[in-house]
Design a protein around this ligand. Sequence first.
Ligand SMILES: [Zn+2]
Length: 454
Amino acid sequence: MWLLLLGVFAARAGLCLEPAEQLARDILEQLVDVNTADSAANVTAASEAMAKRLRDAGFPDADIHVDGDDPRFKNLVVRYRGSDTAKPMLLVAHLDVVEALRSDWSLDPFHFLEKDGYFYGRGTVDDKAEAACWIANLIRYKQEGFVPSGDIIVALTSGEESGEHNGVEWLVRNHRDWIDAGLALNEGGDGAIRNGQKVANYVQASEKIYYSVELKATNPGGHSSVPRNDNAIYELAGALLRVSRHQFPAELNPVTQTYFERTGKIGKGKIAAAMRKIAKHPHNRRAIKTLSADAHENAMLRTTCVATRLAAGHADNALPQTATALVNCRILPEDKPDEVLRSLREVVNDPKVEVTAVTKPRIAPASPLTPEFMQAVEQTTNEIWPGVPVIPTMSTGATDGRALREIGIPCYGLSGFFLDEDDNREHGRDERIPVQSFFDGQKFLYLLVKRLSS
Ligand SMILES: [Zn+2]
């Protein structure tokens, strides 16, 4: 009896784990202990450590690549051979992490620590947890003799957070054959815990298009003691005010329609009611107005353009000769960047203010929510967390999934790691993941990949 009880307590404290869980925990610890922030230039050490584990587990050298555009920022790609009846599946996670300063944290960010039911350290959520699960699960498939229908490829990459060495882009350009797949899974969707309850398992299926525009007013200038009637700063300020008042039309796509429908069902209050309404009636004006007042839902609903930089003038006592502003747009995947530019010109409506694009938009289609894929995610979610809905989302920011979607590989961001909505520490201090969420996520990814490749 005592022994039995002891066993239960030990399991809760993380001391008595299944072999697969122990392996994932060991890998996570190993990865967190390597500082892979851009400034440390040490991603290769993490890739090499994973390559060694794979070789020790019996993966042939020929199926393991450690390579990249810089000796310090190498990526790891490993291929687990399937029966070749289906296209390969690609499992992606990034090894690099956001910078972390010891002085900002209450703990050492680059030392893995288990405390009070959490794993602490930079990367425990973003994105070393998923990297550790991909490797641990791949080793487990091999140990179990599982033969997937198509090859399973794991790519652990560099440069997602910052720096010049984006591994996914590099692989797409230089070694497409290593990563070519019919389907990719990546970070970008987590589970949500609200008031202690698991409320949703999110799947990121598309993202907005990043596009920047410059507004520029010029003027001959002169002495500020003799102001002219026209003034570059005033003209630019007027143009920016008009941009700030402009709202692009609200539009739904299949991903956001399902997002609003299902998110509306798990929430309470005005916003949730508006979500349910708009999912049925995309042009309902009251629902659009309510959702537009919320920064996040507004960004899900429409293309947005916002001023992010401003520069003008060259001396305290001179009339400004140039005034420029950068306006950063996040465009719905269905909208055309050229049309957004044309709209901005119309809104600015001043021949003295030039409006020009400064970034080349990269357009990646939304990944389709096919019944086959969604059912696999829903069944797996239901097995582990009965009743928790799967909710597709569109990222308002940009992720590595874009580079894969661009070349025609449908990519879905998911993890099954449930995190408290009010305690998101990604990119922040004392980053942590609940121990139970980590192991549940590992199980979810293990079952899902198996289901998708059986
Ligand atoms: Zn990340």
